[in-house]
Ligand binder design. Structure first.
Ligand code: DHB
Ligand code: FE
Length: 283
């Protein structure tokens, strides 16, 4: 059976792509953000996952406001990057793990999640940047299953539902007849709001409590309604739903404990409080 090795979370601000492209990682503005990654990259070199299941949100690229699935799972052989222009200018398409896509899709439908299945899917900075941050050198060494959660247009799924989705995705992976090693990735957050009266809103206290909860009390955030979470984290900070799904998936299969490999928190990059977390699944 397949093995879930752990979970990773990172923010996905598009300007990170520009910084990578221009080699600005050691500039004073960027250094506190990029300095978080080497310990995580080192752990990945040793843990060597074959596949990433990526929880993220599309930003109006593959899904627009006219058609917005609550949950969508990719089942494509390749995912082309079609970012808005801020990201990494040229990126090879991501390679899909089609067999695992269908394993997850079939399991979710059987568990009564009415997901959208995407045999063609464009991906934006939210899907591409975490891979480049975790594997900065050369070709991306993992295949991908993108799992997209609507965080952009109300009504949004609540935290409890997203936790249940993540748990079901984890169960599907644990039951996958494969010897491959799978890493869960969450892309988005932490607190930020890009528009309106609260533009620039950041909530460090909540972010740090949330990061801590993922280590020791993973269902903590499910006590809050979706409106409470938007109030606490900002209209884009609600991207933290992806982190909850990632953590829930780690509770599946043998053993439910985790060990923190590394974390980082830095304010701000652009308008966003950035978070980084790597959790190894204990068995
Ligand atoms: C920013 C953050 C995001 O999550 C995003 O998708 C786009 C922009 C920002 O802070 O600039
Ligand atoms: Fe975003």
């Amino acid at each position: 059976m397949a093995q879930i090795i752990g979970g990773l979370g990172t923010s996905h601000i598009p300007a990170i792509g520009g910084a990578i492209h221009k080699g600005l990682q050691q500039e004073p503005y960027w250094k506190p953000f990029f300095d978080g990654f080497p310990p995580v990259q080192a752990w990945l070199k040793q843990a060597k996952p074959d596949v990433v299941v990526m929880f993220y949100n599309d930003h109006g690229l593959n899904f627009f406001l006219d058609k917005m699935p609550t949950f969508a799972v990719g089942a494509a052989a390749q995912y082309h990057n079609a970012d808005e222009g801020w990201g990494i200018p040229t990126l090879a398409p991501l390679q899909g793990e089609v067999d695992l896509s269908w394993q997850i899709i079939n399991h979710l439908i059987a568990q009564e999640f009415d997901i959208t299945t995407c045999q063609e899917m464009l991906v934006d900075h939210a899907c591409t940047l975490p891979l480049k941050l975790f594997w900065p050198d050369g070709e991306c060494p993992v295949t991908v299953v993108p799992v997209c959660i609507n965080t952009v247009q109300f009504p949004l799924p609540n935290a409890r539902r997203v936790y249940a989705l993540g748990r079901a995705v984890g169960d599907a992976i644990a039951a996958w007849d494969s010897t491959k090693k799978v890493a869960m990735v969450a892309s988005g957050g932490l607190s930020h709001q890009l528009e309106g009266e609260r533009a620039g809103f950041i909530n460090k206290d909540f972010d740090l409590q949330f990061l801590q909860s993922l280590e020791t009390n993973p269902e903590w955030a499910t006590q809050f309604s979706i409106h409470e979470l938007v109030a606490k984290t900002g209209t884009q900070g609600i991207e933290l739903l992806a982190w909850l799904a990632m953590r829930a998936a780690l509770a599946a299969g043998e053993g439910s404990g985790v060990r923190k490999v590394h974390s980082n928190y830095h304010i701000p990059i652009s308008n966003t409080a950035t978070g980084l977390l790597a959790l190894e699944k204990l068995r």
